[in-house]
Design a protein around this ligand. Structure first.
Ligand SMILES: [Zn+2]
Length: 114
């Protein structure tokens, strides 16, 4: 994944949301990152520091929460949440899993000054 373009989208989404609330300044941007999104919060922060210069998000802090991977087992049909250290169906141990989520990233909430 390309953190630069991801950071640009995060910034666009955040600025739009802040403008809708007539916020003058974004203090923090909370993200939900899928366990397999490949997005490194430190990289997003680094790019944000550069991209947000001169905008309401200048100096905003990235706060990231990692969400677990949801999978459906192709062998027994169990839907479960797993982490990347233990990739197997908790019910039957099969590794033939269909991924339902885990690659997403989304802006969860903003901390703003109005
Ligand atoms: Zn299973």
């Amino acid at each position: 994944m390309h953190e630069l373009s991801i950071t640009q989208s995060i910034l666009d989404i955040s600025l739009k949301a802040a403008a809708e609330q007539h916020a003058t300044r974004i203090r923090a941007i909370r993200l939900r990152l899928g366990a397999f999104s490949g997005v490194v919060p430190e990289c997003v922060q680094m790019y944000l520091d550069v991209l947000a210069k001169g905008t309401a998000a200048e100096g905003a802090k990235i706060e990231a929460v990692t969400v677990p991977l949801r999978v459906e087992c192709r062998a027994c049909g169990t839907v479960s949440e797993i982490d990347r250290r233990h990739i197997a169906c908790p019910a039957c141990g099969s590794v033939d899993l269909h991924r339902l989520s885990g690659r997403e990233f989304l802006v969860d909430s903003l901390e703003v000054d109005v």
